[in-house]
Design a protein around this ligand. Sequence first.
Ligand SMILES: Cc1cc2nc3c(=O)[nH]c(=O)nc-3n(C[C@H](O)[C@H](O)[C@H](O)COP(=O)(O)O)c2cc1C
Length: 407
Amino acid sequence: MNILIVNGSPTGKNSITLCTLRYIKKHFPDHNYKVLHVGQQIRKMENDKDFWMRPLKAADLVIFSYPVYTFLVPSQLHRFVELMKESGIDFSEKYATQVSTSLHFYDITAHNFIEENLNDMGFKIIRGLSADMEDLLHEKGQKEALGFFDNVLWNIKEGFSRDLPKTIKPGKLKKCNSLAEPLKLKAGASDKSKRIVIVADFSNSSDNRLENMCVRLKSRLPYETEIVDIGKFPFTGGCLGCFNCAADGKCIYKDGFDTFLREHIQSADATVYAYTIKDHSMGYRFKMFDDRQFCNGHRTVTMGKPVGYLVDGCLDAEENLRLLMEARAQVGGNPLSGIATNQYNPDKEIDKLAATLFYDVEKGYLPPKNFYGVGGMKIFRDLIWQMQGLMREDHKFYKKHKFYDFP
Ligand SMILES: Cc1cc2nc3c(=O)[nH]c(=O)nc-3n(C[C@H](O)[C@H](O)[C@H](O)COP(=O)(O)O)c2cc1C
């Protein structure tokens, strides 16, 4: 077979995940393997489509190899998925699977995301391998990697693939009325001492649908509310996974994002994320925004501050995305004030979100964490404890906030 490995790690040839594929290749030498370093060369992929379309067309099996980054895949791979979907290539006779390495912190949402997109593209999908980043160092992990690939080959020989639900076509979305009376505080005056930030990406919104939703929410809230368009932030690029920030929180890029994040966004009393659903996620720009927050390591710096979402799109069809929004709030220790969409009655949903945000900010309401939050924090606790020499800022933060709750 012609096997194409789509390497989504920004670390390119140094990728830990790619080592698993090299190991597999060594043990299954009877195939032609080719690697595309999309994580490191995404600019090249954008500008030279022939470079990747030719090997993609020739492939019998495509393997997505990537590190799990902030609940999903690196923004660079996310962008490549976008390019693949735009390419118009017929993938219906091709098989696809995935190999990830991570600490198993929300590897499920990453794998779901890849499968949902492969399903849209018509690939025949085989269940992937989610390995721990150190698995290949141990006999058990080596055996599992080879067992995985043997199983992939067996599925192909038998003509088996996963039966995933058909992609649901989104219904017609409603436009909201952007003019609304501001919510009144009890005393009847606005409280300008508090600040809410709406972080939005308008690049996928059509007919100003998302813009109107943001304007309505802003006018309902009795606080100083700012809309920040991340589509306009001059990002130099996506997170490189270089760990330069691990010791002191300083990003290797000089585009000012780390300062902007701390001074402008994390200082707000509540945050609302506004996006148009694209490829079963918030879009690759939001992914870049999320990955770049690695400069904060695993510090839940906005703990206790409410979050909300404005979603332009058919969220009913997006189980994984709904899980993701809840899980992020849970792990961050943020009350999830609500998610307003434009599927049915956007005006009513936005007004409800505004009222709930107001309630949560005023009361400081914070329910206890559920499995998503408790389980996620246990993984981080163990990770930071083990890597305290490298992740010094995280370690200080975890000690200060008594996160080391070992039995
Ligand atoms: C920006 C960033 C985000 C990460 N997010 C996660 C995560 O959400 N879950 C997880 O288990 N590991 C996460 N990791 C750890 C990587 O998945 C892990 O180190 C991986 O094995 C790196 O693989 P690579 O060398 O192939 O890039 C993250 C690492 C970085 C740099």
